[in-house]
Design a protein around this ligand. Structure first.
Ligand code: SF4
Length: 428
């Protein structure tokens, strides 16, 4: 979502006649688009804002804008701590950036816009980061209030774009040469609930899939409680919808899921996985897991390990619970000591890595179609992703590739997070 917002800021700067600077030391406007989902992200951003002090001293005319979730959460504190900030922009004002920048330039007095709930109509120009893969926001905000999560407090309540707006954006991107699309929302399975259509997301998937020129269609992120069979059937019956299901479970313990306010049990989650596999037998299933949530006992953690073994995920993004002030979980008793969290994270990764490797080994000998993303650090090796989002590396040998090329790669090596192979042919 932040990448998509960044494309929107860049689009508005372009409309004002700005061009991209070679690096931020030479920029007239700097936008730091922030994230506060974890403490580690905030620490990195604080370091980045600190660095900008020297830039402001060297060039007092530079306009420094801090935008996004951390601006929304810590606005006043940031302004006090970092006098180099000129504009503070909350998450509801991405679309107003151009107007605010022009106003600021006239007055040169600190601008702070942090009210939430502004209805956003992201219909302006974007400067997309990829030449072939377009992020398409379908909704903003979240109503779920998982007890560990700061997102609903900083991104506000759910607001869905209309199907017409979304399809128009996809059609326009197709005319610009885009062929891969990711529909974005904090909880895409809630799409359309604000206009009383519980099946709106499945309908949207089918409609987007029917657009000529859409060669791959993804969506993120799903919520296991809201993912219904209609969505799974839309994927199963779709022409170009990825068979990758990213279904964040967060914990394998029903008691911890209750304390997280996730709205499903371990059994319900496993039912969902069975339904996915029934309709989409070749589904690639990935997840997110938090270890060390307050009150997580060793038995709860063992439930998580056993769920990982039962499902056999293709990959899992694993995190140590990070206390976010202002969320209910931050005030819960029985916070788990860091050493215990680290130990559990290691054991979880060790377990999951076995399955990730096993799943990737199943690709050995197969030919997969990859959309080329570019050279790796080693210029002789390129990387790209399959329709199911598997990362693939291949040797370029004497061939010339362009970003976005569809490349057929025969897989010969599997690792935990990626596979490698040799090209068979390439369609530009
Ligand atoms: S559904 Fe996702 S974004 Fe919403 S509160 Fe839960 S974890 Fe946060």
């Amino acid at each position: 979502m932040n990448e998509s917002d960044a494309e929107h800021y860049a689009g508005q700067l372009k409309e004002l006649g700005y061009v991209q600077a070679e690096d931020f030391h030479h920029a007239d406007v700097i936008v730091v688009n922030t994230c506060c989902v974890r403490e580690s992200a905030e620490k990195r951003i604080a370091g980045k804002i600190g660095e900008l002090k020297a830039v402001k001293t060297a060039n007092p005319n530079v306009i420094i804008c801090i935008a996004g979730c951390m601006a929304q959460k810590d606005g006043e504190r940031l302004l006090k701590k970092y006098p180099q900030i000129d504009i503070l922009l909350g998450t509801s004002y991405v679309n107003d950036f151009k107007r605010i920048l022009v106003e600021y330039d006239k007055t040169r007095s600190i601008y702070c816009e942090l009210r939430t709930g502004n209805s956003m109509e992201f219909e302006g120009q974007k400067v997309r980061l990829s030449p072939f893969h377009a992020w398409i926001p379908i909704m903003y905000g979240c109503n779920n209030f998982c007890t560990y999560c700061i997102v609903p407090y900083v991104r506000g309540r759910e607001r869905s774009r209309t199907q017409e707006q979304i399809l128009a954006e996809i059609r326009q991107a197709v005319t610009q040469g885009y062929k891969e699309f990711t529909l974005l929302g904090q909880n895409v399975n809630s799409y359309g609930k604000d206009f009383d259509d519980k099946n709106a997301f499945a309908k949207l998937l089918r409609a987007a899939d029917a657009i000529d020129g859409v060669e791959r269609l993804h969506y993120m992120t799903s919520h296991p409680r809201d993912m219904n069979e209609d969505v799974i059937l839309a994927v199963a019956e779709g022409r170009h919808i990825s068979h990758h299901f990213h279904v964040p479970v967060q914990s394998g313990s029903t008691e911890i899921l209750r304390r997280m306010n996730r709205g499903y049990t371990r059994e319900k989650y496993l039912d969902l996985i069975r339904t996915i596999r029934k309709h989409v037998p070749d589904a690639v299933i990935t997840t997110d897991i938090i270890v060390g949530f307050p009150g997580e006992t060793e038995a709860d953690f063992i439930d998580t390990l056993s769920l990982v073994e039962t499902v056999g995920f293709d990959a899992a993004f694993t995190f140590i619970y990070s206390k976010r002030s202002g969320t209910p979980a931050a005030k819960m008793d029985n916070q788990v000591p860091l050493e215990v969290k680290k130990d559990r994270l290691n054991r979880l990764m060790e377990t999951e890595n076995k399955y990730s490797l096993q799943k990737n080994k199943m690709l050995i000998g197969k030919v997969v179609e990859v959309f080329a993303e570019g050279a790796t650090k080693n210029k002789n090796v390129w990387s790209g992703r399959t329709r199911e989002n598997k990362l693939v590396l291949w040797d370029v040998e004497d061939k010339v590739y362009r970003v976005g090329d569809a490349v057929q790669v025969k897989i010969d090596t599997a690792q935990t997070w990626l596979v490698k192979g040799k090209t068979v042919e390439c369609h530009n």
